[in-house]
Design a protein around this ligand. Structure first.
Ligand code: SAM
Length: 392
């Protein structure tokens, strides 16, 4: 795995096959660019559906920011809660939202078009399938609210691409991603956001990897302990250790005490860029950690993890990965830009993470299929203790 390039394109960059492919793609693109061809394709029964889908995809790319802001308005006005109990007529909905009837109709009709609401035969508005899924996911609603910050950073996307990291709304929200990030940095806001969204990953990760074969788990960058708390509930005999920056570690200790987990969950404070990790674990987990940091910090962290692991121990990385088939929009587009606005991190492909693992002395890298790779993928690796001993 380590020797692989990032996918097919990397392996055939040069050579006659690559040139032929470029020529074919060039011919196709010239055809699709022509207005005449577009009209022809829209009229031709065989390709009409494909042409229609492409036109609709392109329109969605143009209009995506409008859809997102309609969603934000719905979340802020609690539109989906308003119609969850029973469908409401326009006037009743307007008074629930505190809006005039005309803008209420504008928002409700837009939400129907987006699948968030449904228009019932008698004209009342009820919850749609997507609205129901959203209501059942408070973490997603928190993310939608949080996107108001990201939206400001995206107002001038070319400036964002040209600027050095830092100075953005997201860099201020995630101070560790761009600065020294120690004792004094404000951790409560991002820790609260992480705690409310850890449900995106914990269930799928717990189902995809056999944690029962381990004795002690160290969760590095464990936040306020949401992942370890879910692990504790599923595996009652596991010993748990959480490592995070001091202000977050304090929040985690309080949370474990509140949950009655104090006897089996220990908290250690430190900075993985400079401090050793607590020893004694036979599994180290990195949940939504690596993508926040540039390669140099990731290598430091992976080496620290290898040094801390017990002989025969494993490392488990859980995060959304780039170049994941079917999840490219999330991994490469959404996280690509989110992490750029945040600081120096980036989404990595499984190959890229694997290469860093190998460079840090790990072997036997495996990918564990998850239910929703859009939200989380899992990679595990063995601490290569023989190689580590030789290096000493
Ligand atoms: C994106 S959050 C993920 C939290 C948790 N693993 C989760 O998935 O909910 C990243 C975590 O890494 C911690 N962190 C960032 N830089 C760190 C460092 N240098 N040393 C220790 N922890 C760090 C942050 O405080 C934060 O809790």
């Amino acid at each position: 795995m380590a020797a692989q390039t990032d996918g097919w394109a990397g392996r055939v960059r040069d050579g006659p096959f690559a040139r032929l492919r470029d020529r074919l793609a060039g011919w196709r693109n010239r055809l699709v660019e022509s207005q005449r061809f577009q009209r022809f394709a829209a009229d031709l029964p065989v390709v009409r559906r494909v042409a229609g889908r492409h036109a609709s995809d392109l329109f969605d790319l143009c209009a995506g920011f409008v859809y997102s802001q309609i969603l934000l308005a719905g979340v802020r006005l609690r539109l989906f809660d308003a119609v969850a109990g029973e469908p409401l007529a326009l006037d009743a909905l307007a008074s629930r939202l505190g809006l005039e009837p005309e803008p209420t109709a504008r928002l409700a009709d837009a939400s129907v078009a987006l699948g968030l609401l449904e228009r019932r035969p008698d004209g009342r508005y009820g919850l749609g399938l997507l609205g129901a899924a959203l209501r059942g996911n408070p973490g997603l609603q928190r993310m939608i609210e949080h996107h108001a910050l990201f939206y400001r950073d995206l107002a001038d996307p070319v400036a964002l691409l040209r600027a050095p990291p830092g100075g953005t709304e997201l860099a201020r929200f995630w101070p560790y991603a761009d600065g020294p990030g120690t004792e004094t940095h404000p951790a409560a806001a991002y820790s609260e956001l992480m705690a409310s969204t850890v449900g995106f990953v914990d269930g799928d990760a717990l189902d995809a990897y056999d944690f029962g074969r381990h004795r002690r788990v160290l969760d590095v960058g464990g936040g306020t302990g949401g992942f370890l708390a879910a692990l504790a509930a599923r595996h009652p005999t596991l010993d748990l250790v959480l490592f995070d920056l001091p202000p977050v570690a304090r929040l985690a200790a309080a949370r474990f005490a509140e949950l009655g987990l104090g006897h089996r969950a220990r908290v250690a404070a430190g900075d993985f860029r400079s401090d050793p990790l607590p020893a004694g674990a036979d599994l180290i987990t990195l949940v939504r950690i690596l993508h926040d940091h540039p390669d140099a910090i990731v290598l430091t962290l992976l080496r620290a993890a290898r040094a801390a692991l017990e002989p025969g121990g494993r490392l488990l990385v859980a995060e959304p990965l780039a170049r994941t088939p079917g999840a490219e929009r999330m991994g490469d587009a959404y996280f690509g830009f989110y992490l750029m606005a945040m600081g120096r991190g980036r989404p990595r492909s499984a190959d890229a993470v694997g290469r860093l693992m190998v460079a840090a002395g790990f072997t036997d890298i495996r990918r564990h299929p998850t239910r929703r790779p859009m939200l989380v993928s899992l990679l595990s690796a063995a601490a290569d203790t023989k190689a580590a001993t030789e290096r000493k």
